[in-house]
Design a binder for this molecule. Structure first.
Ligand code: PLP
Length: 387
């Protein structure tokens, strides 16, 4: 395998399109082979000089895919794991025993549930705050005890935007790290490590892969420090590394990341504007609209667009929202986000009791279809649901 080419001076989309330009040494193939070996031959003197020992801690296909994401996030190193949840939980499990965590009140529901319920059995406690409110974050952080401030921006499913730079400063002043779930922003629209965050997490299942056919998670660090070594140990000891086939697909997906995300953000903005004027829609939640409470922050922090996710609140309430979701034909009625096909979901039903999600809310993940087709379908469904 040829050495990694220098990234200096090349635009992120160039690096992504060529997956860093890796070339297979024997055949000069522009697509590298999938490395599936789980074990590697020792040198005659019993050493492992080529750096590979066993498949649980490491894999060459995974390493190549990690290098692409490191370049896009402008980080020091990346780790790929079996899912977004395994990435987030590995990070928490690497914190010292008894650590206190600050996290958003409205965030990806499964992680919120895990922090609220499961993490406490390992001795971790979490204070949930509105992370759009800097004073609330400051008040929730306990110097010396808080070890992690977790952000998700824009966050599910209200698309609240949090100030990464300001909150990283608050976290650091208290002796904590700041980690950002940047799944929805992607490195195309926000690079949290350049704003002061310590670690970026992605549910790579979503935009990074982009084709709804891989479950994967990623962590990218600004510094390969002692804490990062602990996270790496959790991944290795708990056997959480991503499989080589998934890493190969993820790398293939990332080659088109920029064109997909840019097109999805453009389409989402067009749909948000059209739906804001729809007679059956009470509110559109999208950071790109001037009516969004953190629009100014989003415009400052996000570059090149506001993402492909939005939510609408149906004026007539929960039943009308569920009924509209039942009547779409083009939008797929499914959970998840970030794929090339557009998805619609009544979020409160999946999040269950205790969810802060309004019951009249429909979450929309905008794919790559024509905006006019998407609008016509949802317009018809909303009108039929209200008839
Ligand atoms: N973070 C966000 C913002 C998500 O939307 C999801 C999944 O929907 C996750 C984390 C968890 O990712 P995964 O399903 O790959 O575990």
């Amino acid at each position: 395998m040829s050495a990694k080419p220098p990234t200096n001076g090349l635009a992120p989309r160039t690096l992504a399109a060529q997956a860093l330009g890796w070339e297979e040494a024997e055949t000069h193939a522009v697509v590298t082979p999938i490395h599936v070996a789980t074990t590697f031959i020792r040198d005659p003197d019993n050493q492992y000089r080529n750096g590979f020992i066993y498949g649980r801690p490491d894999n060459q296909t995974v390493r190549q895919c990690e290098a692409v994401l490191t370049a896009l996030e402008e980080g020091a190193e990346t780790m790929l794991l079996g899912s977004g949840m395994s990435a987030a939980t590995a990070l928490v499990m690497a914190l010292p025993a008894g650590a206190h965590i600050v996290a958003p009140t409205v965030m990806y529901w499964a992680l919120r549930n895990w922090l609220m319920n499961d993490a406490t059995t390992y001795g971790y406690t979490t204070t949930f705050v509105d992370t759009a409110d800097l004073a609330a974050v400051k008040a929730a952080v306990v110097p010396g005890k808080t070890k992690l401030v977790w952000l998700e921006t824009p966050s599910n499913p209200l698309w609240t935007v949090s100030d990464i730079a300001a909150i990283s400063e608050i976290a650091h002043a208290a002796g904590a790290i700041c980690a950002v779930d940047s799944t929805v922003a992607t490195p195309v629209l926000t690079r949290p490590l350049t704003l002061g965050a310590d670690i970026v997490m992605h549910a790579a299942t979503k935009y990074l892969n982009g084709h709804s056919d891989v479950v994967a998670g990623a962590l990218v660090t600004r510094e390969a420090n002692e804490f990062w070594a602990k996270v790496r140990r959790v991944r290795s000891m708990h056997g959480q590394i991503l499989g080589p086939f998934e890493a190969f697909l993820l790398m293939r997906g990332m080659r088109t990341l920029h064109v997909r995300v840019e097109a999805q953000a453009k389409a989402a903005l067009a749909l948000a504007e059209k739906l804001a004027a729809h007679p059956m829609v009470g509110e559109v939640l999208y950071p790109g609209l001037s009516t969004h409470p953190q629009h100014a922050l989003a415009a400052r922090q996000m570059t090149g667009g506001f993402g492909g996710m939005l939510s609408i609140r149906v004026k007539a309430g929960e039943q009308a929202a569920i009924s509209a979701a039942a009547r779409v034909e083009l939008w797929k009625r499914a959970t998840s986000l970030g794929g090339v096909e557009s998805l619609i979901e009544h979020r409160a039903s999946i999040e269950g009791a205790g969810s802060p999600c309004p019951t009249d809310l429909l979450r929309l993940s905008v794919g790559l279809e024509a905006v006019d087709d998407l609008y016509a379908d949802i317009d018809r469904a909303l009108r039929a649901a209200n008839a």
